[in-house]
Design a protein around this ligand. Structure first.
Ligand SMILES: Nc1ncnc2c1ncn2[C@@H]1O[C@H](COP(=O)(O)OP(=O)(O)O)[C@@H](O)[C@H]1O
Ligand SMILES: [Mg+2]
Length: 260
């Protein structure tokens, strides 16, 4: 059984913007999938429909055997706990320490009171520190997040996601704000987590070359439609042009600037 399956998912935003139209695909446990497509294609909406940050207008999303589209609050909390999310702008609590941000990854699994007063067990702290060590952030553990570089902040974002012990990690443009060398560190770490911890990863990426370098499978979307779903090795120039439509010129500039 696939860990994730989208069946005929469509999303129309309030004003009538069709962000996704009849999107269907399945992802097996342990896959590392990149979603590419021009700005406005529906990539963020797609990821957000998976953990219900956005509600699909039509269709169903099965995660770990259950349809998340019909879940109540409790069920939704369970699904979100199993789904780590990594954002372009990190979404950390900047005034708190690195450790505190990583521990927040465990919030979803706590009772309301323990979560509210920020009570974490010694085991949880040891685990958080071990994750930071693994990601090369041991020295930053007690710094405030606003003292870190962008690349370090994104590593904290990854650590927080791992702290959730997720089955799936969704990354929305994880390297779009980073320089090439920090981008490489982040991509290498995501790949490592995928391979050693068997956590399924789905990444929205703006950079085709990075997607091709790191993922076995690529999903290309244009104007809310899946126009390619297959191995990175079969993604040819013609398909790339089709995905990016008339934006192929911009794409080449982007790739040159952002090559990792
Ligand atoms: N909250 C929203 N309200 C209304 N329209 C939205 C909202 N979020 C995204 N859209 C629109 O949906 C389309 C897809 O957006 P998005 O999923 O952000 O694409 P991408 O991540 O590929 O850039 C765009 O036309 C965008 O303007
Ligand atoms: Mg987006």
């Amino acid at each position: 059984m696939p860990i994730l399956e989208l069946k005929h998912v469509s999303k129309i935003y309030g004003a009538g913007t069709k962000a996704l139209e009849d999107v269907s695909f399945a992802v097996e446990e342990g896959e590392f999938v990149s979603v590419i497509g021009p700005s406005g294609a529906g990539k963020s909406t797609l990821l957000r429909c998976i953990n219900r940050l956005v509600d699909a207008t039509q269709g169903a999303v099965f995660f770990d055997g259950e349809d998340v589209t019909g879940l109540d609050k409790k069920g939704l909390r369970r699904v979100r706990t199993k789904t780590g999310m990594i954002f372009q702008h990190y979404n950390l609590v900047e005034r708190l320490s690195v450790m505190e941000n990583v521990l927040h990854g465990r919030l979803g699994q706590k009772g309301t009171l323990a979560g509210m007063i920020g009570h974490y067990s010694e085991e949880e702290k040891v685990e958080a520190f071990a994750i930071l060590e693994k990601l090369g952030l041991a020295e930053q553990a007690y710094k405030r997040c606003d003292e870190l570089s962008g690349g370090q902040k994104q590593r904290v974002g990854i650590a927080r996601a791992i702290m959730q012990r997720p089955r799936l990690i969704l990354c929305d443009e994880p390297i779009a704000s980073l320089d090439p060398s920090s981008s490489k560190v982040i991509m290498d770490q995501l790949k490592e987590i995928n391979q050693t911890m068997k956590i399924t990863c789905i990444l929205n990426l703006h950079q085709v070359d990075v997607a091709m370098q790191y993922s076995e499978r690529i999903i290309g979307i244009t104007a809310g439609h899946v126009v390619y779903d297959g191995p990175a090795s079969r993604l040819d120039q013609e398909t790339i042009h089709q995905i990016y439509q008339s934006r192929s010129g911009a794409l080449i500039t982007d790739r040159a600037e952002r090559a990792v």
